[in-house]
Ligand binder design. Structure first.
Ligand SMILES: *[C@@H]1O[C@H](CO)[C@@H](O)[C@H](O)[C@H]1NC(C)=O
Ligand SMILES: *[C@@H]1O[C@H](CO)[C@@H](O)[C@H](O)[C@H]1NC(C)=O
Length: 443
């Protein structure tokens, strides 16, 4: 059975009791409805404010965009530009709605396809509650790059000035944040929410959306979202976000830039992770690159719809096999370094080899993890200054790759300040440092 097209005004305590009583109740389904929704025609519907909205639901009509705008304006302090449109069904009893704010990020606008509780959680973030938190975002008047068409590969961006490690390339807010729960809706309703969402964006932002590429050739809105979306997390809930700027960047398994998602500002940051000279393409990775070639190629094909053609995917099989072997060696060393038991064979030399392998593999963008291993293993042998050196390097690289609030960053901050206070300090003092144990051997 299909869900009913509903129009709801949500997150409010103003639900009118007598309005609710007019709704035919079916006890079993009613129990399944979340607290902020009501039952209507056998479906859970968002709780609503007024009789006019109720009539819309009862008549099973969808109001026009202008009506939705007028309704939103009628309610003082209503946080969205349009009255949200919602759908639900037995599988998805918590209605999924499209929430739109045209004023977001200085007028760039945003729409959210998600449930009411999650949308209102987002409203509490500085991104919505403190507009000045977004002052660094979407500043694209003098970018350090230009768009470029690469034959056989499509467009990408190329540096037009020298970028140094840590230089910001973008900081942008999404046009859409979409919750995977929307896949519980029937197709027509899910697609309707997407189209409605795009229609609610300010005109210039709509142009940005339609300028996105679509790989999969199905519904034009959903394809653009699927082709360009990044997995993000908001309050521990996995969602998809589309940032048109980062969508211009091509994938490379050995990228020269890294990105992270910042939950507070609902923004995506991209920074250079190494020197990038004018004329070089600026690339990011769409996947975890510490995997072998075949696994990487498969992942890109399945999730992003393209055949990986970056140099590390296109390499001669013999070189590719050497690269895979280095990836395997990194994995083996990481396993040894993660062993904190008394029989651990971990040594600082292993971490040095790991760093060398990362550099040889041109995995600079994900080197933060390797530096962290190095800081910890030196700390575990009581080598204060080498631990500090690597903690500082880890801090820099982890920031570019993981953002502001990562746990490893907190550990590395503490380590850089005072390795003696780290849990790892001198944990392995007395362990052997060389496997052949030819200690004291003079030459
Ligand atoms: C609502 O309208 C749609 C088409 O306009 C129809 O397919 C659907 O069955 C209606 N639902 C209800 C519960 O009346
Ligand atoms: C780089 O290209 C952009 C266009 O994308 C332009 O606005 C900017 O001025 C250029 N910068 C330099 C240093 O040429």
């Amino acid at each position: 059975m299909k869900g009913v097209a509903g129009v709801g005004l949500l997150g409010s305590a103003l639900v009118l009791a007598d309005t609710l009583q007019q709704v035919p109740q079916k006890p079993i389904l009613a129990d399944a409805c979340p607290s902020d929704s009501i039952l209507h025609n056998g479906e859970c519907q968002p709780a609503i404010l007024g009789a006019q909205t109720m009539d819309n639901i009862r008549q099973n009509t969808t109001i026009t965009l202008e009506e939705a705008r007028a309704s939103a304006q009628e309610h003082e302090g209503f946080p969205w530009t349009f009255l949200p449109e919602c759908y639900s069904n037995e599988k998805q009893t918590e209605p999924v709605c499209v929430f739109s704010d045209q004023d977001f990020a200085g007028g760039r606008g945003i729409f959210l396809v998600t449930t009411t509780p999650l949308a209102y959680e987002m409203l509490k973030k500085p991104a919505f509650s403190q507009p000045e938190a977004l002052s660094r975002m979407n500043q694209h008047s003098n970018p350090p790059f230009e768009e470029h068409d690469f034959p056989g590969k499509g467009r990408g961006i190329v540096a037009n000035k020298t970028l140094h490690r840590g230089d910001q390339i973008f900081a942008s807010t999404p046009l859409v944040i979409s919750n995977p729960l929307s896949y519980n809706l029937v197709d027509s309703e899910r697609l309707r929410l997407g189209h409605r969402g795009v229609d609610t964006l300010p005109p210039d932002t709509q142009k940005l959306f339609w300028g996105l590429l679509d790989h999969f050739k199905g519904d034009p809105v959903e394809d653009r979202i699927n082709t360009n979306a990044f997995d993000i997390t908001i309050n521990k809930v996995q969602q998809y976000a589309v940032m048109p700027e980062i969508a211009m960047m091509n994938h490379d398994c050995r990228p020269n830039a890294a990105y992270f998602w910042d939950e507070d500002t609902l923004s995506h940051y991209v920074h250079a992770t190494q020197t990038i000279y004018p004329g070089e393409e600026i690339t990011i990775t769409y996947i975890n690159n510490e995997r072998k070639r075949e696994a990487r190629m498969k992942n890109l094909k399945t999730n992003w719809g393209f055949d990986c053609s970056c140099s590390s995917c296109a390499a001669h099989p013999i070189f590719a096999a050497e690269s895979d072997a280095r990836i395997q060696a990194i994995e083996n060393i990481a396993e040894a370094l993660n062993d904190w038991t008394s029989s651990s064979t971990a040594t600082p030399e292993m971490a040095e080899t790991m760093l060398s392998l990362y550099a040889q593999e041109r995995l600079e963008a994900s080197m933060g993890v390797a530096y962290k291993h190095a800081a910890e293993v030196y700390s575990s042998f009581g080598d204060r200054y080498t631990a500090i050196k690597y903690a500082q390097l880890a801090l820099e690289m982890l920031h570019l790759d993981r953002g502001f609030n990562d746990n490893d960053i907190k550990f590395m901050l503490a380590m850089a300040k005072d390795p003696e206070q780290s849990w790892s300090w001198k944990k392995r003092v007395g362990h052997k440092r060389f496997e052949d144990s030819s200690c004291g051997h003079a030459h």
